[in-house]
Design a protein around this ligand. Structure first.
Ligand SMILES: Nc1ncnc2c1ncn2[C@@H]1O[C@H](COP(=O)(O)OP(=O)(O)OP(=O)(O)O)[C@@H](O)[C@H]1O
Length: 284
């Protein structure tokens, strides 16, 4: 398998005059959990739909070096909108998937549905949010695909089921599959992601390894009104009484460390995400 499973170049997608995705570049790698993290409306689902060829877009997307049409049977997908199987029971959904999907293993889907305690003869429209998610996950996990794309795969699940599903997703990437998943739940991403990208208002603000984030970046809390130049910062947030600066630039760290009463703080994903989304380095 190539070192990059999905390569996205200058992806743009507009709905009417509204630009939901603004020319993003993104690379998704195999054998690792690739997470796309962003607040509501950031453009995550639109990006996934573009990858899957479910919406028209401009820019280039290659999957395993090919178009999505050429590799569709190597991709499994859990959509955000879980209303497709509404009028079917799990039993009938499994039958339907067996007829339309080449890579589908019905016995595995049934095993997973039973494991999730889903009533096999009851219509999916009567299911709770969590049960519906479990039904979609069972169908997705029962496909012998190379690439698994999950849009909010833990929606409505209770904490035990959620952890179980995250373990299943981790298992896929451990076995060399490519996993791309979106979420706005930071603890989940901290738990399973290897690499992550932060998306906000149609742009990718940052992409990188999750491991070592706290070692690479430092947060400086400076007195309000501190004059800063524009170099070397990933985010600058002006709060009442303080200016917060996020940086991984050694020169900037040295300079900021010399400012009287500058305090250095640890950065975890939550702080990193919040600073990036709120920070505006052009506001200086
Ligand atoms: N079919 C559509 N028609 C018009 N606007 C749309 C459509 N689909 C999405 N949008 C808009 O595009 C933007 C990005 O939406 P998208 O669903 O991709 O975001 P998201 O990051 O997945 O959000 P969430 O976490 O809330 O699911 C939003 O402002 C949304 O309102």
């Amino acid at each position: 398998m190539s070192a990059r499973t999905i390569v996205i170049g200058n992806l743009r997608k507009s709905y009417g005059s509204f630009e939901a995705v603004k020319g993003i570049d993104l690379e998704i790698v195999p054998g690792r959990v690739n997470a796309l993290l962003g607040p509501n409306g950031a453009g995550k689902t639109t990006t996934l739909k573009s990858i899957l060829g479910l919406v028209e877009y401009s820019g280039e997307i290659k999957i395993l070096g090919k178009t999505v049409e050429e590799v569709r049977d190597r991709i499994s997908f859990v959509p955000e909108d879980k209303s497709f199987y509404e009028n079917l029971t799990p039993e009938k959904a499994i039958k339907m998937c067996s007829m339309v999907l080449d890579n589908f293993l019905p016995s595995k889907a049934e095993e997973l549905m039973r494991h999730f305690d889903l009533p096999m003869g009851k219509k999916i429209s009567s299911f709770s949010h969590g049960m519906r998610t479990a039904a979609y996950l069972s169908i997705a996990m029962a496909q012998s695909a190379d690439i698994f794309i999950f849009d909010e795969p833990t929606w409505g699940l209770d904490p035990l089921r959620r952890d179980e599903v995250l373990d299943m997703i981790r298992g896929l990437s451990d076995s060399g599959k490519t996993v791309l998943y979106t979420s706005h739940i930071i603890p989940e991403i901290e738990k399973i992601a290897d690499v992550f990208s932060i998306m906000y208002k149609g742009e990718i603000l940052y992409s990188g390894e999750l491991k070592g984030l706290d070692e690479r970046f430092t947060l400086f809390c400076l007195p309000a009104g501190t004059e800063l130049d524009r170099n070397g910062y990933l985010a600058v947030v002006k709060e009442t009484g303080a200016v917060k600066v996020l940086t991984d630039d050694k020169n900037a760290m040295e300079k900021l460390g010399k400012i009287g009463s500058a305090k250095e703080e640890k950065v975890d994903l939550e702080v990193f995400f919040s600073l990036l989304v709120r920070g505006n380095k052009n506001a200086l």
